[in-house]
Ligand binder design. Structure first.
Ligand SMILES: [Zn+2]
Length: 230
């Protein structure tokens, strides 16, 4: 009876590949085997220094930057990030993180990392979306590495100045790129892996780093699902 119900359910709500729409096998999640092979990987974990790290040189003191896929207009990465952020498919973030974590494991790329910190989402956005996509990516990394997630220490900064007194541009900047930490000692001596969905200009990462750098004796690495060179 149960089997019948499942088949019946699948008939009307089939599990299809996010990218090619072909139906998935039971062991596949979100992406079929064929599409998984074709993902536009950066293979940054195979080289000593990568363009994402170079883009942050002279700005912040980062150990390593791990980016899974190249992001380009209308490519499969953009399609998946859109689904992850705007279509409620938070589990897709976890699934992609699983694939990435397995590949990073092969090159021992996350060796030395102590703690995972997802980039916090603006409270307004969090309320609207219902979840922080970076937290779901972190969950995927956690499930493969057993590293703990800290999603309480790094926070979106409160603006002490009255919002109405600021001009529109500084309001925009402060709402978008200000972070702080609420405990200076908690992260002391730790190697933090800061997690976000996409690395573009690096402005968000830089702002997070500047908040984290208030702690003594920390190392920071970055992990994102996507890398956009523009
Ligand atoms: Zn597919």
């Amino acid at each position: 009876m149960m089997k019948f119900l499942i088949s019946f359910f699948e008939l009307f709500f089939p599990n299809n590949c996010e990218l090619c729409s072909n139906s998935l096998y039971k062991h596949e999640n979100y992406i079929c085997g064929k599409c998984k092979k074709k993902l536009p990987r950066t293979y940054f974990n195979m080289v000593k220094t990568n363009p994402a790290e170079q883009s942050l040189w002279g700005r912040i003191d980062i150990e390593h930057v791990h980016c899974f896929l190249f992001y380009a207009k209308e490519n499969s990465t953009q399609q998946m990030l859109h689904t992850l952020k705007y279509k409620g498919e938070k589990e897709l973030g976890k699934e992609l993180a699983h694939i990435f974590a397995d590949e990073l494991e092969e090159t021992h790329s996350l060796k030395g990392v102590d703690i995972l910190i997802p980039v916090p989402l603006h409270p307004k956005k969090l309320f609207k979306r219902g979840y922080n996509q970076s937290e779901w990516i972190a969950k995927g990394i956690q499930e493969k590495t057993n590293l703990p997630i800290d999603n309480t220490t790094l926070i979106k900064a409160h603006n002490t100045e009255s919002q109405t007194r600021k001009n529109r541009f500084s309001r925009y900047l402060s709402s978008k790129e200000m972070f702080s930490i609420n405990d200076k000692h908690k992260l002391k001596g730790k190697h933090i892996l800061l997690i976000d969905d996409v690395l573009t200009t690096g402005a968000t990462i830089e702002a997070c780093y500047n908040a984290l750098a208030n702690t003594d004796d920390i190392k920071v690495s970055i992990l994102t699902l996507a890398y956009s060179s523009k």
